[in-house]
Design a protein around this ligand. Structure first.
Ligand SMILES: Cc1cc2nc3c(=O)[nH]c(=O)nc-3n(C[C@H](O)[C@H](O)[C@H](O)COP(=O)(O)OP(=O)(O)OC[C@H]3O[C@@H](n4cnc5c(N)ncnc54)[C@H](O)[C@@H]3O)c2cc1C
Length: 447
């Protein structure tokens, strides 16, 4: 980018996706970066997060590795690593049946540590504006994009990136814009179809999340598996629990999922996120093995998250506006990959926008390359996550695992483990390098 045509990029949302994008873009000095965040200050709510080897490579390329290693207990390795143990737990005595071996480590953090590390690395020239909730934007064929905030103020940019999460205002504005264009050309059916992607849909699953002090768990269950293993998943019919240590081993990240898959794509009645009493989910797991009871007994003020997704759209872009992360493809958490996909979006988008061939007049082409690569890839991952959600809750084509003879049940569980590995191994057997090369190849051959 020549200095006479400095590109002004506005990022809406300072979550994992927005901040990673800002950091990746800040490597290109000729771009002005403004981050608009609705929250009063930058704090990540919530709990643990796992990053697989594929997005971890990007974290390394962004120079975050050394600092992140200071805030994780994970001993990062490149070779085969036992990442999770799997148990059939919906019975009085649980049964361990599978170990997930990944090629390279699944690195586990507290989200706040990840966000703080990103912020520490962000150069000053990335201007962050808090308490700025975007309401909508307008763009014309040429000229700046105008941003409208809830507080009545406005701002301008050449490119707008919506990293504003599940309930994205940028997505709502972008889809309304596309629907208006379709209506103007008499494509009424298409216009109404476009608008069905504005509101997220419930996937039929609720997650109950809590952070448990390790010492509290140790006090009631000194031999608890979570105290001595990188991570454990306790599986059963219609639900599962995932538990692993974070924050240098001081806390256990606990998430219990209760699924009613037949309610997928319906409307959830009630608040999407709320503090609940542990009894809200304890009864569902009441007949599960003792490890599970110990974890549940340690939860205090768990949060209920009704898991919502974005219905897959045709595209992540419109003119000079692009979506990334959950705003584009909020997915179920059953492969621990939503943030990883946001990180991948961020890196690819920054690579094409920051390239020396990209300037203000041809920026839409860079966005189209981003879209052609990331939109199909992210939705493929979204579907894989959905399928893992079925496997982990023993949703097995109508037959009942508990009615199989023990040997057959064991064999079936082994096969099931192999099946979800095949569905999931893209996260540790594939590399982002090929995708970056493909983006560059397209950019350099087209412009
Ligand atoms: C239970 C659970 C477990 C998960 N575990 C994992 C895991 O292990 N690994 C993994 O990779 N992923 C995981 N995920 C998914 C991951 O949390 C998300 O995919 C990721 O946080 C998305 O990041 P984002 O930056 O796109 O969106 P968000 O984190 O939602 O950030 C959006 C930001 O935009 C701001 N914002 C919103 N609206 C506006 C507006 N109008 N104007 C300005 N700012 C706005 C918000 O305040 C927020 O800061 C999990 C998800 C769940 C629910």
């Amino acid at each position: 980018m020549s200095s006479t045509s400095r590109l002004r990029v506005a990022i809406c949302g300072a979550g994992i996706g927005g901040l990673t994008f800002a950091l990746a873009l800040s490597r290109y000095p000729d771009i002005d970066i403004d981050i608009y965040e609705s929250a009063r200050q930058l704090t990540e709510v919530g709990a643990g997060i796992g990053i697989f080897p594929r997005p971890w490579k990007i974290i390394k390329m962004l120079g975050l590795e050394a600092d992140l290693l200071k805030v994780t207990e994970t001993q990062v390795a490149d070779g085969p690593v036992s990442s999770f143990r799997y148990r059939k737990s919906d019975q009085r005595e649980g049964m361990e049946f599978f170990t997930l071996v990944t090629q390279g480590s699944l690195v586990l953090f507290h989200r706040a540590d990840y966000q703080q590390t990103l912020l520490n690395h962000l150069p000053r020239r990335c201007r962050t504006h808090c308490s700025k909730r975007l309401r909508s934007y307008t763009q014309r064929q040429s000229g700046p994009i105008e941003l409208f905030f809830e507080d009545g103020t406005t701002a301008f940019c050449d490119v707008l990136v919506g990293a504003d999460g599940l309930k994205s205002s940028v997505r709502a504005s972008l889809l309304s814009e596309k629907a208006r264009w379709a209506q103007a050309e008499g494509r009424w059916k298409e216009a109404s179809e476009i608008l069905t992607h504005v509101d997220p849909v419930w996937c039929g699953t609720n997650a109950y999340r809590a952070l448990i002090p390790v010492e509290k768990l140790r006090a009631i269950a000194p031999n608890h598996r979570v105290l001595s293993t990188p991570g454990v998943q306790y599986l059963g019919k219609h639900g599962y629990i995932i538990a692993y240590r974070i924050s240098g081993g001081k806390l256990v990240n606990f998430v219990a999922f209760v699924s009613r898959h037949h309610l997928e794509n319906t409307k959830f009645n009630g608040p999407w996120m709320s503090t609940v009493d542990p009894s809200a989910f304890a009864s569902f797991f009441a007949h599960w093995e003792p490890d599970v009871q110990a974890l549940i007994a340690c939860t205090e003020k768990p949060m209920q998250w009704a898991i919502h997704t974005v219905r897959p759209m045709q595209s992540f872009i419109s003119g000079r506006v692009a979506l990334l992360g959950d705003a584009a493809h909020s997915m179920t958490p059953h492969q621990g990959s939503g943030a990883g996909q946001a990180i991948e979006d961020a890196y690819i988008l920054a690579t094409v926008l920051g390239h020396s061939n990209t300037n203000r007049s041809n920026v839409h082409r860079a966005l189209r390359i981003y879209d052609s690569i990331r939109c199909p890839a992210a939705y493929k991952v979204m579907e894989k996550c959905r399928i893992n959600g079925r496997y982990f809750t023993f949703e097995l084509d109508g037959f009942d695992l508990d009615h199989l003879p023990p040997k057959q049940q064991w064999d079936y569980l082994q096969q099931l483990g192999q099946t979800w590995v095949r569905n999931w191994e893209w996260a540790w057997t594939t590399s982002v390098d090929g995708t970056v090369q493909e983006a560059l190849r397209q950019l350099e051959s087209r412009i």
